[in-house]
Design a binder for this molecule. Sequence first.
Ligand code: XMP
Length: 601
Amino acid sequence: MKPILILDFGSQFAHLIGNRIRRLRAHSEIIPIDTPAEEIQKMNPAGIILSGGPQSVFAVESLQPDPKIYDIDVPFLGICYGHQLLAHHYGGKIESVHEEFGKAQFTVDETKNSLLLRTLSKNSTVWMNHGDSVTLLPKDFQITGRTKDCPIAAYENKAQKIYSVQFHPEVTHTEEGMTVLDNFVDICGAKGSWNLEKILEDLIENLQKQIGDKNVFLLVSGGVDSSVAFALLNTAIGADRVYGLFVDHGLMRKDEGREVKQMLDKAGFQNLHVANESQYFLNKLQGLTEPEEKRKAIGDAFLDIQKKVSHELQLDSGDWLLGQGTIYPDHIETGGTKHASKIKTHHNRVPEIERMLKKGLIIEPIADFYKDEVREIGKKLGLPKKMIMRHPFPGPGLGVRILCQHEEKILKKSREIKKEILKSFTVDSLVIPVQSVGVQGDARSYKHPVAIFSKNNIESILPLATKIPNTFSEINRVLYCLSQERTPEVLLPILPAEVTEKRVQILQQADAIVRKILFEHDLQESVWQFPVVLLPYGFKQGTESIILRPIQSENAMTATVVLFTPKVFQQMNDEIIQKIPEISAVYVDLTSKPPGTIEWE
Ligand code: XMP
């Protein structure tokens, strides 16, 4: 079936477009921007989407596709950077007049009978993320929609089959984004070209071909991805040719190692083995504080264990491939697509793995799928619901939820920011002297969180989570303190901290309390994921803090906070503080992704 091709300019959202198009049951494929037009033509596309990207069309090194692609006679959809690129190519004008980041009100010009916007409401919310704008259209192009700050927010040229929007239809913040994409799928005549059942059949056949007469050694974490990858491999080549290994790295949640083994046993996996290697991982993490170094150490430790076990079992004879449960977003955020900037190194994308990938020694059965599709595949393979609906848990486990720092990182402007926040938003605040990872404008950021102390309820503070990072470029997260309503009189320095057994235990205990309360209130399914984070900064000598990060997401590319009732949050705070003497404060992270990431690193 003819695919809709998405030319990837390096936007973190490019793959979201792919995912959305597939959900609309149309086949989509992401291809690098520098793919020659001839090759694109050979792929026989139904339509072409030029995606958004962190570039400006003015930049000398700005990304340009092969100019011959514009001669391919199929519908084109421009999104964000693609919107400007198309206008520029056909002779329009692009200027840096008015930036727009975040939500905007979009109005359709109903007099233009737009094909792309035909089923949209006259007014709706869209999500913008641009510095440059189209200020003059090429000849014969029509403006089909606008926002207050962007008079050419949508245009088209029906004769040339060109459709374009400045906003991002692929993100959920754009209320009617799916309608825009659905209309484009219709314009391309591509409906029905993607069918997961058929894809599953092809996938199994491809796996059989790719693996040939070799066997596969797979690291299984008990999470959705590796469990589905495990089941797929078992189905494709038979359980006797798959060796599943669950490495307990000691960075699991409390009792999770045992629970995972039980769950997989119960689901009928008889080829799963367990290696308890907590001490090895802790040793590897000793002395490390920098997030990327921690990730690399954990990724390498997995490989060391895998090699050790392979050697012991003589699986390193050349007859075995290494399997991994990598999914699409993991790949993207490591900068896996050509122009995406690197947000973090995924544990199964460390350099050694990259080398093995190049040599064809790695097999990644679900690397082309998004989380929702992986769950769907799991369902079709008959895995129990409890297993496929588990909250995602990162491969490096609590290793990315235990913040480490040897020295305090004081932000010079802290006092100024505090003063400004008090003046503009009338709340008491504190810039925390610890940094965490975030993602802003498609790139990785490493900045400070600001904590809000207030008598007002959490809901009334929520809007500040957008306003503060937008106002102060040094801040990427906003927290709400559950433990006290005022900043403490005396501020203590941070605790120099690494990943230690003791800190793992503290976090396990806090995480177990949170999970118990979630369960008691039947809130397990109201969150997509709920990281609990340990911060080496407290209000009493020698203590630390806990951050609660309950979020809703669809496939981890974007996320928003889930607010429980104040009573539930208070219960979490009280039990943590009462039961864990090493903790003196509990916060809720109100930040969406972007600008924060889901994990804190
Ligand atoms: P962030 O923190 O980047 O995370 O918003 C997005 C999603 O990815 C998960 N995550 C990982 N999963 N190995 C994994 O298997 C990893 O190294 C890793 N890092 C982050 C994270 O929990 C969230 O669901």
